[in-house]
Design a protein around this ligand. Structure first.
Ligand code: FES
Length: 93
């Protein structure tokens, strides 16, 4: 079972393979905030510290948005990510 560690919250959770990060955050108290839930507002930006390849691949829309926001290469939109293995993330500044 994949483990999601959110260093900002000092929290590690077990999730089912393919589980959406946004669903996990709705079930637990985390610091990751959501707005549009559709990859358009940037509220849910996270930094992936470890295990980036264990997240669902970035689609064009997310890529374009992150480029517009001048995001770092290890940043993702949590609302667009599904978990397929262990990851370690933090809330972006
Ligand atoms: S909640 Fe708006 S981009 Fe993720």
């Amino acid at each position: 079972m994949p483990k999601v560690t959110i260093t900002t919250d000092k929290l590690t959770l077990d999730v089912k393979d393919g589980y959406a990060l946004i669903d996990m955050c709705e079930e637990h108290d985390t610091s990751i905030l959501f707005g549009c839930r559709d990859g358009a507002c940037g509220a849910c930006m996270i930094r992936v510290i470890d295990g980036a390849s264990n997240l669902s691949p970035m689609q064009e829309d997310e890529k374009d948005f992150l480029e517009t926001m001048a995001a770092e290469p290890n940043e993702r939109l949590a609302c667009q990510c599904k978990v397929h293995g262990d990851i370690k993330i933090e809330v972006s500044d």
